[in-house]
Design a protein around this ligand. Structure first.
Ligand code: SF4
Length: 354
């Protein structure tokens, strides 16, 4: 980890919780028959709790379908209604507000989408895209003021404020379009940005540029990020802490350096072993995960990871025995029975069966 990255990580204020999510559930009913009776539930998110602090980046990682994107969008109220749980943002439960209160809160929480091609309206100029929020929220009083503000924002994200402002999205590369998406997200000076697979569609070199841009903006503006990605390699350099999700639940949460140097959950260990080493001569022994990701309509009993876990025991396979969640070091928690083997581990909760 570079000294620069280390310094940026330290800039988070860990005593100031900006977002506190508790036991969040988002289920989708499956209906059948003449009367559309609910016959099953897709448990996309099933009891997720976490905090994000001021100026902090929480990496949120897991395979496709684990529920990470649903978490981000549910918090932003883009997916209503929530099934259960709370999400307090600066003290207000986001699921309790409507109308003007929700609109005002949305100004403080923005999103950067995965696909820079489809997330920008092709018929709008860069000025209209980036300046839309400024106009909607009454933050500029004239067209001239809006144009000047948009030019400042373009400069901040590394675009040309004069040449690029009147162009349309199709005139830009993928990386440049994502910079437009970043400018739109920071225009209202939010306190939290959900980066929803924000670099997943980009080439690796462009990914690094966008991550550096986001880190620099966080350092300058102090906002927090919920940084969602499907690979642990993507979030390593931007995250202060990382949460690993599996089938709608959090398997492990830890400060970034602890997660990468000492993963405790067998799923995290498997994900990390699959990351290629930057040294071409380094031995590569990826741990192959057995089996498929189970169907969230009918998740496995007990620990949801047990059909693919090489350490699974009888007590991992039963709904009768909850899976304990241990804190094995400050800020490092793991939902796995193996946590009990770590000296000093403290049980802080449990995950009940399907
Ligand atoms: Fe594996 Fe059991 Fe731990 Fe689940 S609780 S990850 S099945 S050892």
């Amino acid at each position: 980890m570079s000294t620069q990255t280390e310094a940026r990580r330290k800039s988070a204020d860990m005593s100031n919780v900006v977002l506190s999510v508790r036991d969040l559930k988002k289920w989708y009913p499956i209906r059948k028959g003449l009367f559309s009776r609910v016959v099953a539930q897709v448990k996309a998110v099933d009891g997720v709790s976490f905090d994000i602090h001021a100026g902090e980046t929480l990496g949120f990682v897991g395979e496709s379908g684990c529920g990470k994107t649903t978490v981000g969008r549910t918090i932003l109220r883009l997916l209503d209604p929530v099934t259960a749980g709370s999400a307090h943002f600066q003290g207000t439960n986001l699921f309790d507000i409507q109308g003007e209160e929700l609109r005002a809160m949305r100004r403080k929480m923005q999103i950067i989408f995965q696909d820079p091609y489809s997330s920008l309206n092709p018929r709008m100029t860069v000025e209209a895209i980036v300046g839309e929020g400024l106009t909607v929220h009454g933050l500029v009083s004239s067209g001239k003021e809006r144009r000047e503000r948009v030019q400042e924002l373009l400069k901040k994200v590394g675009l040309d404020p004069v040449r690029h402002i009147s162009r349309y999205p199709h005139e830009f590369s993928g990386g440049q379009r994502q910079r437009i998406g970043v400018a739109r997200a920071i225009a209202l000076e939010p306190d939290l940005i959900v980066c929803d697979e924000a670099v997943s569609a980009l080439d690796v070199s462009i990914q690094a540029q966008i991550i550096n841009l986001l880190q620099g903006l966080q350092e300058e503006m102090g906002m927090s990020y919920l940084f969602i990605a499907h690979g642990l390699n993507v979030v390593e350099h931007i995250s202060h802490r990382v949460a690993v999700m599996y089938l709608g639940r959090i398997a492990e949460t830890a400060p970034s350096e602890k997660l990468y140097s000492g993963p405790a959950h067998p799923y995290t260990q498997a994900l990390l072993s699959a990351i290629p080493d930057t040294d071409p001569d380094a031995p590569m022994n990826p741990e192959v995960l057995e089996g498929e990701v189970p169907n969230p309509i009918n998740p496995p009993p007990g620990c949801r990871f047990h059909p693919r876990c090489r350490f699974a025991q009888d007590r991992c396979r039963s709904n009768d025995i909850p899976i304990p969640v241990y804190e094995i070091a400050p800020g490092h928690s793991v939902a796995c029975i193996l946590g009990e083997q770590v000296a000093g581990a403290v049980k802080i909760g449990e995950q009940t069966g399907a």
